[in-house]
Design a protein around this ligand. Structure first.
Ligand code: PGA
Length: 260
């Protein structure tokens, strides 16, 4: 794992945006794995800014989002389809045929999950997979106890996740109980995984992911098996890392250091 520790959330977000931009400059037809959640909002705002400044083009990339709530149609305001449409796809006028999310309103969610996994393979696999992390160590909606070899499938959300995500829903709206999520095996097949975590609420999960045992108790710990995982943190999210000083020596201020 490459662990980059930046001083604050803005710097961590900018580093994450820069990794996406670099990947698209290297290959404008890259297949991106996208994530949702509060941590990703400034990432998409930053990407939009870079695209509008002419630093990068997104119109030839293909994207696959990590997950979607079961039962929510794409037009539902709290669906991840809406999240992505509002924050990235519509402002850039991207062709909907290139931007994929699982259909939460599919009649047979299990079949939809299998179709989605196959579509990722058919697109050539994911070049760069963007990830957040839940306070309980989930990636995508792979909750604790998820098989570390799981494909895309339907998962039941934990109470902790439903409570954490209730802030996106109205007071009278129930957070869905199920989601279709890329599996851990699907995520591990990506050629580069980039996980962004900011804030003190993520510190314990980040330490368990990077330094704890490889365990379904913390699904993000599966990234220890990923051949190329970059973990981008702000100082607060890095606070519980035992080897923090080492990571900061390897990458001072979260920067690459040339050998020699
Ligand atoms: P958050 O969610 O960015 O809203 O904290 C991250 C996640 O649950 O993966």
């Amino acid at each position: 794992m490459k662990i980059l520790i930046l001083p604050d959330p803005a710097a961590a977000t900018a580093t994450c945006v820069a990794l996406i931009v670099e990947s698209l400059i290297e290959n404008p037809k890259a297949v991106l794995g996208l994530a949702t959640g509060g941590t990703m909002e400034p990432v998409y705002a930053g990407l939009l800014k870079r695209a509008r400044a002419g630093d990068v083009l997104l119109d030839r990339m293909t994207s696959f989002n990590l997950d979607e709530y079961v039962g929510l149609p794409p037009e539902h305001p709290q669906s991840y389809h809406s999240f992505m449409r509002e924050r990235l796809f519509a402002p850039l006028g991207l062709d909907p045929a290139r931007t994929h999310l699982p259909r939460g309103d599919a009649e047979d969610p299990a079949a939809e999950a299998a179709r989605y996994d196959a579509a990722i393979t058919q697109a050539g696999g994911i070049d760069l997979q963007l990830l957040g992390i839940g306070g309980n160590g989930h990636i995508g909606f792979n909750e604790p106890s998820s098989s570390l070899a799981s494909p895309t499938r339907v998962k039941t959300l934990t109470c902790a996740t439903r409570e954490a995500n209730a802030r996106f829903f109205g007071p009278d709206e129930a957070v869905p109980r199920f989601a279709i999520t890329m599996g851990i095996a699907t995520i591990l097949r990506s050629r580069h995984a980039v996980l962004l975590a900011t804030g003190a609420a993520k510190a314990a999960a980040v330490a368990t992911m990077a330094e704890g045992p490889l365990s379904a108790r913390c699904p993000a710990s599966a990234l220890q098996l990923h051949p190329k995982a970059t973990i981008v943190l702000d100082a607060e999210a890095a606070a519980d890392l035992e080897l923090r000083q080492y990571y900061e020596t390897v990458h001072p201020q979260g920067q690459e250091v040339t050998l020699g």
